[in-house]
Write a protein that binds this ligand. Structure first.
Ligand code: ASP
Length: 342
């Protein structure tokens, strides 16, 4: 019999309305279980570990990621797969974080949640939970079909570090604009076998992050005060520069100089596009040529969410600046495409 571990962290799926304010607040796993009697009908052994204080995922921080990674690591040998119930707001960040923390996974870790609480009649939570369990339990002759960190939501399984929450209203809340779905779910579950990751070494947990990073988002009219203010944050080690189109910025000299000085002082800058789909190609336009010259790293087709988490992760691994730059340009967990046209 397959055995699975469900990790309940909170999120809308388990929320109820607070009686006086009407605001949604996280609730315990018991009410979730009461609303999904189907859980008892699975032919699997399913255990549950719940956060003592379930959270709205907007409150997630490093300690929660470490807790999730620890729970998976301690139980790694005892279960065939893991399902993490998590709020949707930061699920793309958390799935990215866990994907970097757990190196050489050979078992499925499926994040899911819902847009409507499980107690609501029209909830999307039941299907998301039930299918996530199916996927976490799915095996073929070579073992688990999925051996990586994914998000399952509204009939699609995505690589977690490729996702972006793009819709607050629809049940279809996530997209993976630069990477195909790993499974499409209808009457049958069709896996995209060619794209599924496989480990190439022993399973290792890496828990350290360094949060001395930030975003710098381009907008027409951005001022030296904003750029210099961000780049002079004490101790800053890394910046995810959110650029226009295929990696372009203003060519104003003050801007290029500010970036160049920051890079000379040791700050690493990664260029990520504000567009959801496509990739950064520094030098395609004159408006990104200077970035190549001063040493900004092109982020290819990585999402903004995965980019900031990857920086925090790499800075936490006691690597040299040259090594951090090297790994930022490479796919370490399938988070970017190395072979894209530039
Ligand atoms: N605010 C909620 C959360 O992220 C939203 C959700 O779960 O859909 O926890």
């Amino acid at each position: 019999m397959n055995s699975l571990l469900l990790i309940y962290t909170g999120g809308t799926i388990g929320m109820m309305e607070e009686p006086t304010t009407g605001s949604l607040i996280p609730f315990d796993f018991k009410q979730l279980q009461d609303n999904v009697p189907e859980l008892k009908r699975f032919n699997y052994h399913i255990d549950v570990v719940s956060f003592d204080d379930p959270i709205d995922s907007s409150d997630v921080n490093l300690s929660h990621w470490q807790k999730i990674a620890d729970i998976i690591t301690v139980n790694y040998e005892h279960y065939d797969g893991f399902v993490v119930l998590h709020g949707t707001d930061t699920m793309a960040y958390s799935a990215s974080a866990i994907s970097f923390m757990l190196e050489n996974l050979s078992k499925p870790v499926i994040f899911t949640g819902s847009q409507l609480p499980i107690g609501k009649l029209r909830t999307d939570g039941k299907e998301n939970l039930i299918t996530s369990i199916e996927i976490a339990a799915a095996q073929d002759a070579d073992g688990p079909i999925v051996q990586e960190v994914c998000i399952y939501f509204e009939s699609q399984l995505f690589r977690g570090n490729r996702t972006h929450k793009y819709n607050t209203e629809n049940f279809d809340a996530f997209e993976s604009a630069n990477f195909p779905a790993l499974a499409e779910v209808g009457i049958h579950i069709f896996y995209n076998h060619d794209q599924l990751l496989r480990p190439n070494g022993t399973f290792t947990i890496r828990k350290n992050f360094d949060t001395r990073v930030t975003y710098l988002k381009m907008f027409p009219g951005i001022t030296p005060a904003v750029v210099n203010g961000i780049l002079s944050i004490p101790g800053l080690k890394g910046v995810v520069l959110e650029t226009f189109g295929s990696g372009n910025t203003t060519t104003d000299k003050w801007f290029t100089d500010a970036l160049e000085n920051a890079i000379k002082s040791g700050i690493i800058i990664l260029n990520v596009s504000q567009c959801n789909q496509g990739f950064v190609a520094q030098g395609r336009y004159e408006t990104s040529s200077a970035l190549n010259r001063i040493g900004v790293i092109g982020g290819a087709d990585i999402t903004s969410e995965a980019a900031i988490i990857k920086m925090m992760y790499l800075f936490g691994q006691e690597l040299s600046p040259a090594e951090v730059k090297h790994y930022l340009g490479l796919s370490i967990r399938g988070e970017l495409s190395e072979n894209y046209e530039s």
